[in-house]
Design a protein around this ligand. Structure first.
Ligand SMILES: [Zn+2]
Length: 464
């Protein structure tokens, strides 16, 4: 009865000033109930994953995802839904990768591999070379050039299983993938293979971006499944080992695409924004379910649910589905460029791009000119009272790739941190499918985002 009463008041527009904290608590309770009961995010994720599929920037599926998410948000009754044009990276994987290992001890063995995103191809004839194994870019740099020239460099540093935080383990190994190909090219290598950034030992290779330098000749790069990386290291230790690699990837000119944006206008501070978002593009394997279909549907649900419950925000609430996070970040950069040009101040930007697991906390960094400690101290009362019943807290440190470029125009950059013990078994691999997302875990992320948006909406700039 009480819930209904408050919702009625909000819907009729009679509540304007800062809501009493127990009213917000009741609204949040309602959000959790509705979000868990309806499983709206999971329904949308099913369409995105199974009717559209994976969505690499520039692909027909990425375009379908843009049209579908706009059409879906059009049904919410928002104040505005629009497409923000952006030119994005257009990379094609080409034929199925072929990687064959040859050594005296083992003979010929096919290894499971995926080309790294943005990698050049070997061409139809492939490349062959002797393998030299290293475990870090520093180790590579210390080796004399004649030991690297014309060889295939194998970066084999595993994610550190001893770390409880899988994101920290990923961060500790990812430089091999980002910069390994460039550094090996500088030393005259023919190609690069890396051990997949995967927290398990299994058969699935994991792709992901690599970056080249403009000043040197680029070389092809692939990731091996962790099991096959173990096979390769055993062969290398036993004696001379050769690889044959064939990939036909291509980088085409940038292509037109869009960020998809939905908006509920603020009643008191319409020119101050609270953004919630994820990235609509994914890698071209699996469904892109955890990365980042989950973040997109949770962000869509934020606006859907606020509108449905008749919540009238004081600040303008925006859902932004960014394009091209995976292999260019062009959507995030363009959104920030336009925000700066229009002088749109964002009170907070919240990104969900850490998978669809159970929501655990939010990680938070300050934008330019904001003292994080002061703001967190101010928000502490709200957060403790309103979100701790759901075991959520706001911790220092974090944010997201897409909202990073917004730093000059944002107060707080916040990343949702879900439970992530298994996330790096799915991340950028064919295992990132809908079947590995649980509806209630996904719902917990939606509810957490919606609740945080309502909490932040109570905040006024300068109140601290
Ligand atoms: Zn992602």
């Amino acid at each position: 009865m009480r819930i209904l009463f408050i919702v009625f008041l909000l819907a009729s527009g009679t509540v304007k000033a800062q809501l009493p904290i127990d009213s917000v608590a009741t609204l949040i309770k309602n959000v959790y109930r509705q979000t868990y009961s309806e499983e709206k995010a999971y329904q949308w994720l099913t369409t995105l994953c199974k009717d559209i599929g994976h969505r690499l920037s520039g692909s027909p599926q990425a375009e379908q995802a843009v049209q579908w998410s706009k059409k879906t948000m059009d049904t919410f009754g928002l104040d505005r839904v629009y497409l923000q044009p952006v030119m994005v990276t257009h990379w094609l994987r080409g034929d199925k990768e072929q990687v064959t290992m040859k050594s005296k001890e083992t003979g010929k063995i096919e290894l499971k591999a995926l080309a790294l995103g943005n990698s050049i191809g070997t061409g139809p004839d492939g490349v062959s070379g002797e393998v030299i194994e290293v475990h870090s870019i520093d180790e590579l740099k210390e080796l004399p050039e004649d030991q690297i020239r014309n060889k295939i460099v194998f970066f084999n540093r595993a994610m550190d299983k001893g770390l409880t935080n899988t994101f920290a383990a990923y961060g500790g190994a990812a430089d091999q993938r980002y910069w390994g190909p460039k550094e090996a090219a500088i030393k005259g290598a023919k190609a690069v293979v890396i051990r997949s950034l995967c927290s398990a030992t299994d058969d699935h290779p994991h792709t992901g971006s690599c970056f080249y330098a403009d000043t040197i000749r680029n070389i092809p790069a692939v990731a091996l499944s962790t099991k096959d990386a173990d096979v390769l290291t055993q062969a290398v230790r036993a004696g001379q080992t050769e690889l044959f690699i064939r990939t036909t990837c291509q980088m085409l000119p940038d292509i037109q695409s869009y960020n998809v944006i939905g908006e509920i206008k603020g009643t008191e501070y319409p020119d101050q924004y609270i953004l919630v978002g994820g990235h609509l593009d994914s890698w071209d394997v699996g469904d892109g379910a955890h990365d980042d279909g989950a973040g997109c549907v949770q962000s869509m649900e934020t606006l859907y649910r606020l509108k449905k419950m008749g919540y009238q925000p004081k600040h303008t609430i925006r859902c932004v589905l960014f394009m091209n996070e995976e292999n260019g970040l062009k959507g995030g950069k363009e959104y920030a460029r336009v925000a700066q040009e229009k002088n749109e101040y964002h009170l907070a930007a919240i990104e969900s791009d850490a998978g669809g697991g159970s929501a655990q906390s939010f990680g938070c960094s300050a934008g330019e000119g904001v003292v994080l400690d002061d703001r967190l101290k101010y928000l502490d009362t709200y957060i403790n009272t309103l979100l701790s019943p759901y075991d959520l807290e706001l911790k220092p440190g974090g944010g997201g790739a897409d909202i990073g470029p917004l730093k000059p125009n944002v107060g707080l950059m916040i990343g949702l941190r879900p439970e992530s013990a298994r996330y790096f078994e799915y991340h950028h691999a064919e295992t990132d499918v809908l079947e590995n997302v649980h509806p209630r875990e996904l719902a917990s992320g939606s509810a957490a985002l919606i609740s945080l948006v309502m909490v932040l909406d109570q905040y006024r700039i300068g109140d601290e």
